[in-house]
Every structure is written in structure tokens, then in C-alpha cells.
Design a protein around this ligand. Structure first.
Ligand code: KG4
Ligand code: ZN
Length: 363
């Protein structure tokens, strides 16, 4: 099959973390897509008493609702199994129990409908979303900032990714969540910290900005989180004002780190992008919803002569449409998978890349 064989209608299934999602997308021509349905069920209520995602609870919650979500996605799209060109499911990275639930369902549907199966890398799906939302084809630079991932990468083509920077410890969303927990705010912490920070003074508590100005393009958040804990412990019993000031200081520090690290990634990416490539920064992951961070990124791209493409929040966070779209892009290129494809809880986009620590990335 090649890209000119006509429209492709693909069902996408996402179960890698704490969202169960199913969607149907049609790919009408290269890099032009339309969402026919996009159904998401969040498990936040199940996990919030524990302050984070509990793998066993997540897997069971996926089992309980996935069939109904797939049915709803097909119904809303107005298509039956036989109308599908292929079935895509997230195969990794993520929590093994959840991945297995989505894979088994996707493979069974592919077998029943006698259609190709596509095992999707969740990070690839995030990376290709701007093709669906904005019609932007690779190559471009990407910042992925979620609860589990913090990376900058060059999206060279479908299936070809070069990681530039990655976190050597916590992901940024994880740092938001842990900081929120430490300050007594509910899970997920990102939106809570952002809300509290609006009322806070970012200058009252000086915090470190790990890795700032370093030539290697990586991120580090653990020291910042520890510094927040130390400042909070020094205060003792926290008032609402203390929490707001600590949140504002934390958010300002994260923002400075993101801008500095993305700017460094731009320096390094320029050597990897073809000279006539679109200078475009795309952003995905739940942290992209943060207004202070997205505002600072808009200023950075203007200064560097880039275009900024951020999918709407519902397509930045985990969803089935991005899995279906990645599946359609792969199907169009004949990149289909066997029904024996196993879940890959760890699955870097560029398996050949050196580990983050001591990676020695040169300008
Ligand atoms: O992409 P996502 O929905 O799920 C995965 O981690 O895959 O990202 C969720 C993460 C959580 O850590 C959450 O605290 C963070 O994104 N987040 C935010 C904001 N909204 C969500 N972080 C900072 N500011 C926000 N407004
Ligand atoms: Zn994600």
C-alpha cells in the first residue's frame, strides 16, 4: 500500500497509563487527517486517593471500560469494523498491565475484521499529532513534557526520530505532581500548582535552576523538587500564602529550565534539520497546558524565528486520536505489525541513542 491509495480509516486504542481511549480517524491524503470520534475516560478519580497512578488499579479500570469505549468510538464515527482500513493500539512505553489490555483488544478486533494491526509507540503518536491537527509534516523539533516523559527530539520522518535532550531524573509533570503532594495539593498536581502560583510571589523563595546554561541539552528536576521541600520545611506549618509563593517560585524555575533547555535543543537541532526545513517547534504532553510555560515558549520561538505548533489540550494529553493517526501514517507506508507483537513497557523512540547521563552530546 502507498500513500496515494485513497482514504484510510483507522481505529486507535490507548491504554498505556491512566486514560482509556478509543478514536476513529480518517487520513484523506498525506498529512491531512480528520477525527471522526475521540472518546476518553480518565481514571483520575480512581488514582487520586494514592497521589499517583497505581498500575494494578489502572489495568483493571482499562479492562472494565475499553470494550464500551471502542463501541462508542465506532458508533460516534458512524463506521463498522468492516469499514476500517486498520486497527492501531499503543504497544509501549507505559505500564505493562494496561498495554496488554489495549493490545489484546486491538489484535482481537484486527483478527475478527481481517484488517492490518498496527503496534504504536505512544511517544511517536505524540510526536506526529501536529500532522493531524495542523497538517505539519516532519521534519520539526518537538518538546514532549508529560507525567512520564521529558524530551526534546527531532522528528525527521515517520519512524525516524533523534532524541536531543532527556531528563536525567524526574519528568516535569512528575515534578509538578510531587511538589503538589508535598505542599498538600491534590493530584494531578500540575493544574493545582499553576492555579496557586497565580496568587503567589515567585521572588520570595529563591530556588535553583539545575542544568541552566549547560552545553549538554538534558533536563534535571530532582534538585529543584528537593529545594522546594527544604524551603517548605524551613517555614514549618504552611499558610495559603506560603503555598502560593512556593508554587510561583517552582513554576518560575521550571519555566526558566524549559526555555533554556529548548533553546539549547534548537542550537543542536539546527545541525540535524535540512537547510530548507520548516523551523517549527511542536509541544505535547499534559504540561503543555501550563500557561506560563506555553507563553514563555511563544516568546522563545518568536526570538529564534520558529513557528510554534501546540495541539489543543485534549490532543496534547493522552488520547486515542493520536494513536489512530500514527497508525494511519504507518499503514500508508506499509509499516504494519504481526499479531505476535508484544507489549514494550520501555520503548525509546531512538533505541540507538546513548543514555542521558554522560551522553556527551556535542554542539
Ligand atoms: O500527558 P499527560 O496527560 O499524561 C501522561 O503523563 O502521559 O500529562 C499529565 C501530566 C501530569 O503530571 C500533570 O500534573 C501535568 O501533566 N499537567 C500540568 C498541567 N496540566 C497537567 N503541569 C503543569 N501545568 C499544568 N497546567
Ligand atoms: Zn502521553
Amino acid at each position: 500500500m502507498n500513500a496515494d491509495d485513497g482514504p484510510l480509516v483507522v481505529l486507535g486504542i490507548e491504554t498505556s497509563c491512566d486514560e482509556t481511549a478509543a478514536a476513529v480517524v480518517v487520513r484523506e491524503e498525506p498529512a491531512k487527517g480528520r477525527i471522526l470520534s475521540n472518546v476518553v475516560r480518565s481514571q483520575i478519580d480512581e488514582h487520586s486517593p494514592y497521589g499517583g497512578v497505581v498500575p494494578e488499579i489502572a489495568a483493571r479500570a482499562h479492562v472494565e471500560c475499553l470494550d464500551a469505549l471502542v463501541e462508542a468510538a465506532l458508533k460516534e464515527a458512524g463506521v463498522g469494523l468492516r469499514d476500517l482500513s486498520g486497527i492501531a493500539a499503543t504497544a509501549g512505553p507505559g505500564l505493562n498491565g494496561g498495554l496488554v489490555v489495549g493490545l489484546v483488544t486491538g489484535k482481537a478486533l484486527a483478527l475478527a475484521a481481517n484488517r492490518p494491526f498496527l503496534a504504536i509507540n505512544h511517544l511517536e503518536a505524540h510526536a506526529l499529532t501536529v500532522g493531524l491537527t495542523d497538517g505539519i509534516p516532519p521534519p520539526y523539533l518537538m518538546l514532549l513534557v508529560s507525567g512520564g516523559h521529558t524530551q526534546t527530539l527531532v522528528v525527521e520522518d515517520v519512524g525516524r526520530y533523534t532524541r536531543i535532550g532527556t531528563t536525567v531524573d524526574d519528568a516535569i509533570g512528575e515534578a509538578f505532581d510531587k511538589t503538589a503532594k508535598l505542599l498538600g495539593l491534590p493530584y494531578p498536581g500540575g493544574p493545582e500548582v499553576e492555579r496557586a502560583a497565580l496568587r503567589g510571589d515567585p521572588a520570595r523563595f529563591p530556588l535553583p535552576r539545575p542544568m541552566l546554561g549547560r552545553t549538554e541539552p538534558h533536563f534535571s528536576l530532582a534538585g529543584l523538587k528537593t529545594a522546594v521541600r527544604q524551603r517548605a520545611e524551613a517555614v514549618g506549618t504552611l499558610t495559603g500564602r506560603d503555598v502560593a509563593d512556593l508554587c510561583a517560585a517552582f513554576e518560575a524555575a521550571v519555566c526558566d529550565i524549559v526555555i533554556d533547555r529548548v533553546s539549547r535543543a534548537m542550537d543542536l537541532a539546527e545541525g540535524k534539520l535540512p537547510p530548507n526545513a520548516l523551523r517549527c517547534l511542536t509541544v505535547a504532553g499534559g504540561v503543555a497546558a501550563n500557561k506560563r510555560i506555553s507563553g514563555a515558549l511563544a516568546t522563545l520561538v518568536a526570538r529564534r524565528g520558529y513557528r510554534l505548533a501546540v495541539p489543543p489540550p485534549s490532543l496534547c494529553t493522552d488520547n486515542g486520536a493520536m494513536i489512530a493517526w500514527a497508525g494511519a501514517e504507518r499503514l500508508a507506508r506499509g509499516m504494519v505489525d504481526g499479531l505476535d507483537f508484544a507489549a514494550k513497557p520501555r520503548w525509546p523512540l531512538d533505541p540507538g541513542a546513548p543514555a542521558a547521563i554522560g551522553a556527551g552530546v556535542k554542539a
